[in-house]
Write a protein that binds this ligand. Structure first.
Ligand code: NAI
Length: 678
């Protein structure tokens, strides 16, 4: 006899005649719209239509939220446009049946209410969100290369008007409870203890439903619509190229061409998503989304929860790491040699808190969690100690020797070094197996990836705890072997140096950068060098040059000698105005052989990726792709450099490298790792 599956939806009828349908997907921490959840919901809705209650409440029993959206694993499983269309239409029809109920319906939202979750909530008459910092409401579908498909794009515009709705859908950004209330995406917000009462009141009083402002309704008129669409397209083009990211443009088209009949509009929405899911962009973005879960899983291998963090070195990195940890709720002590050296870091932390937390009492609480600590008294109490002082072996070793006796036996000891081998740093320690690298990237508040660097002797236990800590502060951990440049810097360096070499050959820098951005990189390599600082680039290049056999072009040193260190000094390869904006009008962009520029840049990068795999700097191709996308912004729609290599054909790319080597030199010689790919 087969055991009956546990159900996902639980129904309760209260004394007011209100049905409370609570979603609790079995064997999962998070609610998603799996096939089983949808089937069961369809059955429940039929029962409600047959016997309409006084009101309906949809809510979740999960601690982390209402509903995180569609089951993303199923995206890769759809085989044809027709099959996907049918699957989407089925969900749309269930949501429309909820909308058609003659009783008031309310979505009671806490935590995540994203994608299909918000689309379900939009099919209800009202939405009430918990007024808590954990509430996150949004339609992030564009980040997966699609747009809302369960009626959400139609209903959100109907609810709040085209411009605010497009502002949410085209960016895929999440809203806090308060922001969602301000935009009228939710009708009410309420603290936890009152939310049920507010929901019940809405059902019993059934006030008039939310409508968009008059101006927004005017923008829907067929004469004005093309103009609005033009503006939306123009703004979207500033953010993404249509042939790289078709979804936002498809969403604008869908709205502009909307059928007068609402049903046809829903059908067009479903068809548009069914087609988008099949694109390489969507498939690659979905793949990356799932890869992100692989990175997150590294953080689940240890039950480690830090409360106190001690950071030594309050410079660019240490200061920002300390601020980020305090923002994430940890108690942080920040050590440097003097108060004057810590002060700028505290000032930067304050602006970060103001930007992110907005409310003065939350900003104050975060400031209270971050304390300057010149004496280093936090070392003895910390769960995690992070060293981020000058990149100097002797200085770091002296520091480690002095703090080791004070460390708690269970504290993670980490270094943010970007180039010194861990084994060398650990030599001075009584317990060398303890040291682990936590390689954050600059700017800390923006870069999602943190490399977890392990040396030959590092104990797995410390790596796992370091990865758990990285997850705790909302970052993605990637284990990498301690070797020159680790993973990300090592791969970027040959690419940046090739760009500098091209500049030295007289190729216009705008043409070089454009070749990279046309490929899908977030910025060009020359602009990147200017942003990082030419002095830092040169020092990393010099460190990596002997082991990676790199030739460092003279122009880097020449600019540095002239005091041109990049954006920070107002001049590097580019010039910058006093607001740090690039002045580039007078520079030529035209260059005949753009394909050649792209090849030179991307192939040097890919060749280095393959060397890293060959040397097992990172465990496998997928993790390398994840590292490059989340660590450098490598064209996400291409799915990562190794996925790109596979799609182009390893043999083809290797041949291109060989051709480049004959013209431009041995830096293009394919490394031995290619053999394993052919
Ligand atoms: P920085 O020069 O901005 O700051 C270093 C700070 O350490 C200074 O404030 C200095 O006063 C302090 N310091 C030096 N010796 C000390 C000691 N014994 N005790 C307490 N404080 C001391 O340096 P930055 O750029 O923040 O780099 C720090 C570390 O992070 C280096 O290992 C670097 O390689 C690494 N890193 C740097 C990145 C960057 O983009 N700047 C990116 C990733 C890692």
């Amino acid at each position: 006899m087969t055991r009956r599956q546990k159900s996902a939806w639980h129904k309760q009828l209260d004394s007011d005649g209100i049905v409370w349908l609570t979603l609790d997907v079995p064997n999962s921490q998070t609610n998603t719209l799996t096939a089983a959840v949808i089937e069961e919901l369809a059955a429940e809705v039929e029962l409600l239509l047959a016997e309409v209650p006084k009101g309906l409440v949809l809510r979740s029993a999960k601690a982390n939220g209402f509903l995180a959206g569609a089951d993303i694993n199923s995206f890769a499983e759809q085989e044809s446009v027709d099959e996907t269309y049918a699957a989407i239409k089925k969900v749309q029809d269930i949501f429309s049946r909820i909308e058609s109920l003659t009783c008031p319906s309310v979505a009671m939202i806490h935590g995540f209410c994203l994608g299909g979750g918000l689309e379900l909530a939009l099919a209800c008459d009202y939405r009430v969100a918990e007024d808590a910092t954990s509430t996150r409401i949004g339609l992030p579908e564009v980040k997966l290369g699609i747009h809302p498909g369960y009626g959400g794009s139609v209903r959100l515009v109907e609810l709040i008007g085209v411009l605010p709705a497009m502002g949410i859908m085209l960016t895929g950004r999440n809203l806090s409870a308060r922001a969602a209330k301000k935009l009228a995406v939710v009708d009410r917000i309420a603290p936890t203890r009152q939310i049920e009462r507010v929901v019940r009141d809405l059902i019993l009083t059934a006030p008039a439903k939310q409508q968009p402002a008059l101006l927004q309704r005017l923008l829907e008129k067929s004469l004005i619509r093309p103009l609005v669409a033009l503006v939306l397209r123009y703004k979207t083009k500033q953010q993404a190229k249509q042939h790289h990211y078709p979804a936002p443009f498809a969403l604008i088209d869908l709205w502009q061409q909307q059928a007068s009949n609402r049903q046809q509009h829903f059908a067009a929405e479903a068809l548009s998503v069914a087609k988008l899911i099949q694109t390489d962009t969507a498939q690659n973005l979905v793949r990356l989304f799932l890869l992100q879960d692989r990175l997150k899983a590294f953080g689940k291998q240890a039950k480690f929860q830090a409360q106190r963090v001690h950071v030594i070195g309050a410079g660019i990195m240490g200061g920002d790491i300390a601020a980020w940890c305090a923002l994430q709720g940890l108690t942080v002590t920040l050590q440097d040699q003097s108060a004057a050296q810590i002060a700028p870091a505290i000032k930067r932390a304050h602006s970060l808190f103001k930007r992110r937390l907005k409310l003065p009492h939350l900003v104050q609480a975060a400031m209270d969690r971050l304390s300057p600590d010149i004496a280093g008294s936090g070392v003895a109490r910390a769960d995690v100690v992070i060293e981020a002082i000058y990149e100097n072996l002797e200085a770091k070793q002296t520091l480690f020797k002095s703090i080791e006796p004070q460390l708690r036996a269970d504290a993670v000891l980490a270094t943010n070094t970007s180039s010194i081998p861990l084994e060398l740093l650990a030599e001075c320690l009584k317990q060398p197996k303890r040291l682990v690298g936590l390689h954050f990237f600059n700017p800390v508040a923006r870069m999602q990836l943190v490399e977890i660097v392990y040396g030959k002797t590092t104990l797995k236990k410390w790596q796992k705890q370091a990865a758990a800590f990285v997850r705790q502060i909302g970052r993605l951990p990637l284990p990498v072997k301690s070797s020159p440049g680790f993973l990300v810097n090592r791969i970027l360096m040959p690419y940046v140096l090739e760009a500098v070499k091209m500049e030295q050959e007289g190729i216009p820098i705008l043409a070089i950068d454009k070749a990279a951005t046309d490929f899908g990189m977030p910025m060009g390599p020359i602009e990147l060098a200017d942003a990082v600082g030419l002095d830092i680039c040169l020092s990393v290049a010099n460190i990596l040059a002997p082991s990676l056999n790199l030739e460092v072009p003279d122009s880097l040193q020449r600019l540095i000698s002239q005091g041109h260190l990049g954006r920070k000094t107002g001049q590097g390869f580019y010039q910058y105005d006093k607001n740090n904006k690039q002045i580039s009008k007078q520079l030529a962009t035209e260059y005949d052989n753009r394909d050649l520029l792209r090849q030179r840049l991307t192939l040097r990068l890919i060749n280095e990726c393959i060397a890293c795999l060959d040397e097992a700097v990172v465990e496998d191709k997928e993790l390398l792709d994840a590292g490059m996308v989340f660590g450098t912004g490598f064209a996400p729609f291409r799915g990562g450099p190794m996925h790109y290599t596979q799609q182009q054909g390893a043999q083809t790319l290797k041949q291109q490298l060989e051709d480049l080597a004959t013209v431009f030199g041995s830096q293009f010689k394919p490394n031995s790792g290619w053999e394993g790919l052919l």
